[in-house]
Design a protein around this ligand. Structure first.
Ligand code: HOZ
Length: 420
């Protein structure tokens, strides 16, 4: 028995499924999770001493790789000054200024996770409009707050429970689901619920049913529909923020949302989330306005030190985005070649990518769900056995970091050629 297996056996006696977040239990790919011990650059090592090229990168935040020197140094210095104060600090002002500058939001509030950011942005949207309904898209995932666990993606989809137990019926009724990349489905809901929809929330690139890019005009169309019906447009940029471009998907696609949510990447690996928007909207948040939201660990100085350092590096080195695009394209081309003749689709935007095992191009939830999950399992296990650490679910993304080398990409392509 490996050390990972032994730890997993112990973990299952004291933690639901042996994990603190469902996908990492690896249930849908029929293996046990590798317990990780350390990471450096683009590589991670498990407790049994196996080395892998890491294509999860903590599900996105490690855009500069593991143990980036400046980030580590900033964290170490911050730790020496105290872990938490529950009081304003200078670093959170600098962080907010930089986030506003990079993304174009006018004001921002730090929270501790993407889930919290979305939950707070929805409350703000409802408070600002006096409306209660929200439109989301089937297969999009916005964290695990009650109203977002309706036709949700990510672990909910992987585990076969896109509509979670424990969500009050009344709450779920206020969540309307449209089809991603299908503007008429959004218009139909807005018309049927005229004057009642507070916001349309979308992952500008869907990444939690696997990566599904927006069709040309889809995001622009959402912007127009929201303007026409007086609803707010919320971009959930937990995955795309600071990753597709310094200004995230808003910059990449040239579409502005009313509210934007950010998650893990804003903390550089530490637990952080944020939501932001125009001054007019954000001034509705307490203590200025009537929409309440709070948190002792919000703007935590150690998390701010990690996040701020990473964002500063991204701003100072725009070439990072060229590297990510080039290596992403290299990986996509190599995987397409490796899987030629198979029922497989390689979807990619910049540095996020998913291989779907289905015959049809994947443009939404229905096609993503048509994937052959047995093939995916063979794929995942084949990669893992050859030292490639990828997401253990068909409905997640592979992530690249600036630390990935051409040799890392080549290793993944070679591994892909040996699987089927
Ligand atoms: N569901 C998360 C990604 N979309 C992964 C959570 C985790 O296991 O860390």
């Amino acid at each position: 028995m490996t050390r990972s297996e032994a730890l997993f056996a112990q973990a299952q006696t004291v933690m639901p499924g042996g994990v603190n977040s469902p996908v990492r239990a690896c249930r849908s790919v029929g293996t046990y999770p590798r317990f990780l011990e350390k990471g450096k650059g683009s590589h991670v090592w498990d407790v049994d001493g196996n080395e892998y090229v890491d294509f999860i990168c903590s599900w996105g935040p490690l855009i500069l790789g593991h143990c980036q020197e400046d980030v580590e140094k900033a964290v170490a210095e911050s730790i020496g000054k105290g872990l938490s104060f529950g009081a304003p600090t200078a670093i959170e002002v600098e962080m907010a200024q930089l986030v506003c500058e990079m993304t174009g939001v006018e004001m921002v509030r730090m929270v501790n996770s993407g889930t919290e950011a979305v939950m707070s942005a929805l409350r703000l949207a409802r408070g600002a409009t006096g409306r209660s309904k929200i439109i989301k898209f089937a297969g999009c995932y916005h964290g695990h707050s009650d109203s977002m666990l309706v036709k949700a993606g990510s672990g909910a989809l992987t585990g076969g429970a896109p509509d979670s137990a424990g969500v009050p019926k009344e709450m779920a009724e206020d969540t309307l689901t449209a089809d991603y990349n299908d503007l008429p489905s959004v218009r139909a809901l807005l018309e049927a619920n005229r004057g009642q929809v507070a916001a349309v929330i979308v992952e500008p690139v869907a990444a939690n049913m696997g990566v599904v890019p927006p069709k040309p005009g889809f995001l622009q169309g959402l912007r127009q529909l929201c303007d026409e019906f007086g609803s707010l447009l919320i971009f959930d940029e937990v995955i795309t923020g600071f990753r597709l471009a310094p200004g995230g998907a808003q910059e990449y696609y040239g579409v502005r949302a009313d509210l934007v949510t950010y998650g893990k990447i804003i903390g550089g690996g530490m637990p952080v989330g944020a939501y932001g928007g125009s001054r007019k909207l954000m001034e509705l948040v307490a203590p200025l306005g009537p929409v309440y939201q709070a948190g002792t660990l919000s703007g935590n100085p150690v998390a701010m030190a990690a996040g701020l350092t990473q964002l500063k590096l991204l701003k100072a080195h725009p070439e990072v985005y060229e590297h990510l695009e080039r290596r992403g394209a290299l990986l996509q081309a190599g995987l397409e070649e490796a899987l030629k003749g198979m029922d497989a689709q390689v979807n990619r935007v910049g540095s996020i990518l998913t291989v779907f095992f289905t015959r049809e191009p994947v443009t939404g939830y229905a096609q993503a769900k048509s994937s052959d999950l047995e093939q995916f399992k063979r794929w995942y296990l084949g990669l893992l056995s050859q030292g490639i650490y990828a997401a253990p679910s068909q409905f997640e993304a592979m992530f690249l970091s600036d630390a990935h080398t051409d040799a890392d990409i080549q290793k993944a392509i070679t591994a892909a050629k040996n699987i089927f």
